[in-house]
Design a protein around this ligand. Structure first.
Ligand code: NAD
Length: 375
């Protein structure tokens, strides 16, 4: 493979701890699988604000544009919560998504068999779960205008956010979902609130149009978001690919996260549109936040970040076999009974953040040998 450059954005809280484990894995692939990844590190979020006064400094943005893919830890924390809105760490991440045009967020929710008992739901509801939530990331109430809070003449306050989608925005996210579904079970559920929000009524019609004109082999269903939330905890295995807007996706994907036991297990990818050189901007990150309550203790679960790197191998570098290896190594470590604190179970062995990273490295060597033998 040609040289590929990965920009590491460790960010805040547990971000640097989990990204450090991914760096070990990247080095392993360079050493043992013939990849040529180079890495550099840049600031984003609270640490970027502390260093430069800006949660998304220009140097970081420039480096992000140049890199082949980005791996982010997490941003945010109580230290920066009283800052004005534009200076907050989360604005750094939102800015990065906007600047790189990362409109499609892909979040798999997979239940590892060894963790089926760690979910708050019954084993038979979640065992074997393998669904993907495709969330639109650059539109909706998060970016629509008018927005803000004003004080009215009578002294009362009014807060406004605006839900906005255009049909091209709906079409491109629908295509991402349909393309994914074509490689899976050819089933997509589009989630909206078409019974009360006109914007999402348009969403429903446009998704259906794309299905009818371009993806006739896909079984498309539509569901209101309140029902979708209920169905996700009642019978999540009825879904395969779910596609939805920014705010509904934000909520549903965290709900799906809990199905699998811990936020520390869930990876994600945010993809943009291919440019004229054939490069697709891509940011990979764990679904969880900066977990200030456990930051610096060496107990964070790095698996979500390692699985985010597996998604990078698959989606950005077309290295599906290497992604499979990494996912198999994680499965093997869990089957051995090794657990970080967040997924600890009776009879299992508790390991630290770096202990989990090292165990995955060791398992990688074993699964790589096994797959060579099988080939
Ligand atoms: P969080 O995801 O940081 O933490 C929620 C709970 O899950 C905490 O108890 C935490 O200890 C636990 N947890 C999360 N990741 C874990 C891991 N890898 N291993 C073990 N346990 C883990 O969410 P929060 O507490 O709502 O937010 C904390 C900060 O993170 C806030 O400032 C928030 O804005 C920010 N945040 C950032 C992102 C991001 O960077 N993409 C996403 C969500 C929240």
């Amino acid at each position: 493979m040609t040289h590929k450059h990965i920009l590491l954005l460790p960010g805040d809280g547990i971000g640097p701890e989990v990204v450090a484990e991914a760096e070990k894995i990247i080095a392993w692939f360079n050493q043992h699988r013939g990849t040529h990844f180079t890495t550099s590190t840049a600031y984003v979020g609270g640490i970027a604000y502390d260093k430069t006064g800006n949660p998304l400094p220009k140097e970081t943005l420039d480096a992000a544009h140049k890199a082949d893919a980005l791996l982010l830890g997490a941003v945010g924390g109580p230290k920066w919560e009283s800052l004005e809105y534009a200076a907050r760490p989360e604005r750094g991440l939102l800015g990065l998504r906007k600047e790189l045009g990362l409109f499609a967020n892909i979040r798999p929710a997979i239940c590892f068999d060894a963790l089926a008992d760690a979910s708050t739901l019954k084993r038979d509801v979640i065992a074997g779960l393998d669904i993907v939530i495709v969330r639109e990331l650059t539109g909706d109430v998060y970016f629509g205008t008018p927005r803000g809070v004003e004080t009215l003449p009578d002294g009362t306050r009014k807060g406004v956010n605006t839900m906005v989608y255009t049909s091209p925005e709906v079409h491109r996210i629908a295509r991402v979902a349909f393309e994914l579904a074509e490689k899976r079970n050819k089933k997509v559920c589009s989630v909206d609130k078409a019974n009360v929000l006109e914007c999402t009524e348009m969403w429903r019609e446009e998704v259906q149009k794309i299905r009818n004109s371009e993806y006739k082999s896909i079984a498309l269903s539509h569901m209101y978001v309140d029902n979708a939330a209920m169905q996700l905890v009642r019978n999540p295995k009825q879904f395969d690919v779910m596609v939805t807007g920014n705010i509904f996706g934000d909520i549903l994907s965290d709900c799906a996260a809990m199905l699998t036991g811990s936020l520390g297990m869930l990876p994600s990818a945010s993809l943009g549109a291919k440019d004229k050189n054939g490069k697709t901007p891509a940011l990979y990150e764990p679904v969880h936040g900066s977990a200030p309550d456990i930051a610096g203790k060496g107990i964070a679960n790095p698996i979500a970040t390692l699985l985010s790197f597996a998604m990078m191998l698959r989606y950005s570098f077309d290295l599906g076999k290497d992604a499979d290896l990494l996912e198999k190594a994680v499965t093997a470590v869990l089957a051995q009974g090794l657990r970080t604190a967040d997924i600890m179970q009776d009879g299992a062995t508790k390991v630290s953040t770096s202990g989990m990273g090292d165990a995955v490295l060791k398992a990688l060597a074993t699964v790589a040998k096994e797959s060579e033998k099988a080939a």
